[in-house]
Design a binder for this molecule. Structure first.
Ligand SMILES: [Cu+2]
Length: 383
């Protein structure tokens, strides 16, 4: 090694092709991944809860990485210059192998820290009966993937340490092993089949069930950009509809000639009695929207020309959920979950889950879709 100091530093460390050699590339990707994760984190926290931040944590992590990077670069240059004088300071092969394991531990702790830090932004317990099943399925899938992830990462990085270059050690030529290949094909196939069948069973239980006779029906009508909600009147039947009837005075296209529709109610918020099955009917006026009520684990596409529905039972009232979450301002919401146009973000509606008596009181105050009587009493009392 007779290279000059600058030559050895800049040519070996910063020459681009070196970054694409396995070692340089691993380090580059590792640092980039950490850097991106650190950068994305405040943005994520900001998006969910504007007042919550991560303080100086991310800056500290970036500074630490930069510091370690600079120290290593300095050591490497120093050791290269010493080696040109015949003194060997470090076994860099071993240092890199140990750094692999160091990276594994730091990265795993980083992942764990993220989980703990961001857990509070995840959804609270399911507010519907089927949601509990769905959550159970998700956690089973989650735990299996976490176990596989941890196992494969530990193997990957510890093998880099255990089987690093050693003088005199020759790699074993190992062409194939049918038994090994059999196991790593069959075991994942069985696990995936079980997961898929389990998921299909739950999906069938959620969507293929026959709605109860006494189920409460209501209709959601999606348009660019908003929702309209219609409840059946005293008869419990929603009147017919036809898109050709949509006009300035009949925005949902309800058939005025259908007697079942005359007592239908147009409401500004969805209100549901707790523990009563609900059949949500969905229609769209223009493009595909999606009715998404995350707290109830409910989501269904709303398609023009193809009515869809979702059948579910709310089990937790708004008041109870406020206690569970410790947030006195908590409200359930309906949002559109299809990017349906410029004001897609505006497609929201409040959802209330209340007791039977509260529901009856609320219902009695709603106005009918067609002839909405003037609220004389309310106007008088307001004055
Ligand atoms: Cu939409």
């Amino acid at each position: 090694m007779k290279k000059a100091f600058l030559n050895s530093f800049f040519m070996n460390r910063l020459h681009l092709p070196a970054l694409f050699q396995p070692r340089g590339f691993t380090a580059l990707v590792g640092v980039l991944a950490l850097f991106l994760a650190v950068l994305a984190e405040p943005a994520m926290a900001q998006a969910v809860a504007p007042t919550e931040g991560f303080g100086d944590g991310p800056k500290l992590v970036i500074a630490l990485i930069a510091l370690v990077w600079v120290i290593l670069a300095g050591l490497k240059t120093f050791s290269a210059s010493m080696r040109s004088q015949g003194v060997r300071l470090f076994n860099w092969n071993k240092v890199n192998a140990v750094l692999m394991v160091f990276f594994l531990v730091v990265f795993m702790l980083f992942v764990l820290w993220h989980f703990l830090k961001l857990m509070k932004f995840t959804l609270p317990v399911s507010a519907s009966a089927h949601g509990v099943e769905l959550d159970g399925m998700l956690s089973v899938t989650f735990w299996i993937t976490i176990a596989v992830f941890a196992l494969t990462q530990v193997l990957l990085f510890s093998f880099a340490l255990a089987y690093r270059y050693k003088e005199g050690r020759k790699a074993l030529f190992y062409a194939d092993n049918h038994q090994l290949e059999f196991y790593w094909t069959v075991v994942p196939a069985i696990v995936l089949t079980v997961l898929v069948l389990y998921g299909t069973k739950i999906w069938r239980e959620i969507t293929q069930v026959q709605p109860a006779k006494d189920a409460l029906k209501f209709e959601l009508f999606a348009y660019q950009f908003g929702w309209q909600a219609r409840y059946p009147g005293a008869d419990g039947v929603l009147g017919g509809h036809d898109f050709r009837l949509i006009s300035a005075t009949n925005s949902m296209g309800i058939e005025e000639t259908d007697s079942a529709g005359r007592d239908d109610l147009l409401v500004s918020e969805i209100t549901l009695p707790v523990n009563r099955p609900v059949l949500m009917k969905l229609r769209a006026r223009d493009v595909i929207h999606s009715a998404y009520m995350p707290h109830f684990r409910v989501q269904m596409n709303v398609v023009p020309g193809m009515p869809t529905q979702f059948y579910f039972t709310p089990t937790v009232t708004t008041k109870q959920m406020q206690e569970i979450t410790g947030n006195s301002n908590f409200v359930y919401e309906l949002a559109c979950n299809k990017i349906c146009g410029a004001a897609h973000f505006n497609m929201r509606m409040k959802v209330n889950v209340v007791t039977d008596t509260e529901y009856a009181t609320w219902l009695s105050k709603q106005r009918t879709y067609f002839r909405r009587p003037e609220p004389a009493q309310e106007l008088l009392s307001a004055r």
